[in-house]
Design a protein around this ligand. Structure first.
Ligand code: 5AD
Ligand code: SF4
Length: 469
């Protein structure tokens, strides 16, 4: 296990990267330069991309959503499931034409996929038009890598096999003026047998509470109203810190910041969800009444093989406690269908959990084999067709529940944080309830960023329509 000193990137090293950013800026001065960054995967990756865009901005690259216009094209990749990886390979392949037409364009691939050596090697060998490859552990070195590529006109494939770092004070360019994610910890120590995350994101490491508060205070001053505290397993926050603060303490500290009106967080592991955290959600007015608690599967046999360290009964008991202490809380979960060894009887237990808990919504996935994880060499019981049939059945069950829960919102008034214009109809605004439900309603643009009262006039399965009160 790396020491705290080894984990935190030294101030001098960050300063060094900042100086290199200035060198790149000088190279770009006098030119209009653009950067295109595409993100795959989770909120942590979205946050990493905001850092990449922050560094690019400092180096003189404006953000563009048009690949054709870009001087730097970066794909920030996800390794959690194979279909995301296949999409990345397809998209990188398609960049060959851009590189041929405009050889000066720098093409980079980074993120979780590139933290797997065999994939970095594959890109190096088979995708010769890619100039830069680096994994999540090298993110803070991006300015240096880009500078070397620009200066020496050579490819850089960087692979760092380690437990990961914490890099503070890198520039950041946020996607929203209203709501922002803050990574409070990185990595995961749980090693669920299906999951690649511990291999690509390294060991759990928490940011110092002062650093998180500094970032949140800065965001509040810039007008941000809502923060989402991010980590693969936020309940482990603080375990590696000298001055022990747990996640509930962190939430309380963030809630004291003026201007921050809503606090959300992701993701909690059921085995570590403490009574203290449940009480914090219940009692702290700024903490949104919403909990994402991935169960993955309802069968005890499968939970054991998954190395989840809880039973169906223990999970349900925690949910009962949450519902009792926080009536009306929005509950969501993740489900994996078709894990090796899962049979139809195991799957019935998953359906049973859905019916007992009655989640507001469920993020469901068919199991995807991840090379290098223990489950990758385990045998299947169900055929792909049987897995797909179970998956569809689960959606049917859940869609009815989601629609029924949303129906109970009909006619009631809720406080909505207005996030922006609706994507489909410019006359409409879109925002969220405290519980995280999406609400669309007619309103003036001036309301964006404000908390307004909206009466729900129609409930849909995935969203609500309302009118201003
Ligand atoms: N196959 C399918 N889903 C997976 N997840 C993680 N690993 C896999 C895998 N190999 C899902 C889990 C996790 C979510 C982020 O992704 O449900 O909670
Ligand atoms: Fe993966 Fe399990 Fe860690 Fe979540 S807790 S990131 S599912 S290993």
């Amino acid at each position: 296990m790396a020491s705290r000193e080894e984990v935190i990137i030294k101030k001098e090293e960050i300063e060094n990267q900042k100086q290199i950013m200035q060198l790149v800026k000088n190279i770009n001065s006098g030119y209009e330069k653009y950067a295109f960054v595409e993100t795959y995967g989770c909120a942590q990756n979205v946050n990493d991309s905001e850092r990449l865009l922050g560094m690019l901005d400092t180096m003189g690259y404006k953000k563009t959503l048009d690949k054709e216009k870009a001087d730097v094209i970066l794909y920030n990749t996800c390794a959690v499931r194979e279909n995301a990886e296949l999409k990345v390979f397809g998209n990188i392949g398609a960049l060959k034409a851009i590189k041929r037409a405009k050889p000066h364009v720098v093409i980079g691939v980074c993120g979780c996929m590139m933290q797997q050596e065999y994939i970095a090697e594959k890109i190096k060998k088979r995708y010769k038009h890619v100039d830069i490859v680096f994994g999540t552990h090298s993110l803070y070195r991006f300015p240096e890598i880009l500078y070397n590529v620009l200066n020496e006109n050579k490819r850089i494939i960087e692979f760092k096999n380690c437990d990961g770092f914490i890099a503070e004070d890198l520039p950041i360019k946020r996607n929203s003026d209203i709501s922002a994610g803050i990574s409070v910890m990185y990595g995961c120590n749980n090693f669920c047998t299906y999951c690649i995350v511990p291999y690509v994101r390294g060991r759990e490491r928490s940011r110092e509470i002062e650093e998180v508060i500094k970032e949140a205070t800065h965001l509040a001053k810039s007008g941000i109203k809502e923060v989402t505290l991010l980590g693969q397993n936020v309940n482990s926050y603080g375990k590696d810190l000298e001055n022990y603060y747990d996640f509930a303490d962190l939430i309380d500290a963030v809630s004291k910041i003026d201007g921050i009106e809503r606090i959300r967080f992701m993701t909690s592991h059921p085995k570590d969800l403490s009574d203290k955290l449940i009480d914090t959600i219940a009692n702290n007015k700024k903490v949104c009444k919403q909990l994402h608690l991935p169960i993955q599967c309802g069968s005890n046999k499968i939970l054991k093989i998954m190395n989840r360290k809880y039973t169906k009964e223990e999970y349900l008991e925690k949910i009962m406690k949450v519902k009792e202490k926080i009536p009306g809380i929005t509950l969501t979960t993740d489900i994996i269908v078709g894990f090796p060894g899962e049979d139809n009887e195991d799957f019935e237990h998953t359906l049973d959990v859905l019916k007992k808990v009655r989640y507001d919504s469920v993020f469901s996935f068919i199991y995807s084999k991840r090379p290098g994880t223990p489950a990758a060499v385990m045998d299947d019981v169900l055929s792909p067709e049987e897995k797909k049939a179970n998956f569809d059945r689960m959606l049917e069950v859940q869609n009815v529940i989601s629609a029924e829960i949303n129906q109970t919102y009909d006619g009631k008034e809720y406080e909505i944080l207005v996030e922006g214009e609706s994507k489909t109809n410019k006359e409409f605004l879109t925002g969220r309830t405290d519980g995280g439900k999406i609400v669309n309603f007619k309103g003036e643009k001036e309301l964006i960023g404000k908390i307004v009262k909206v009466k729900i006039i129609k409930a849909h399965t995935w969203s609500l329509s309302g009118e201003l009160v």
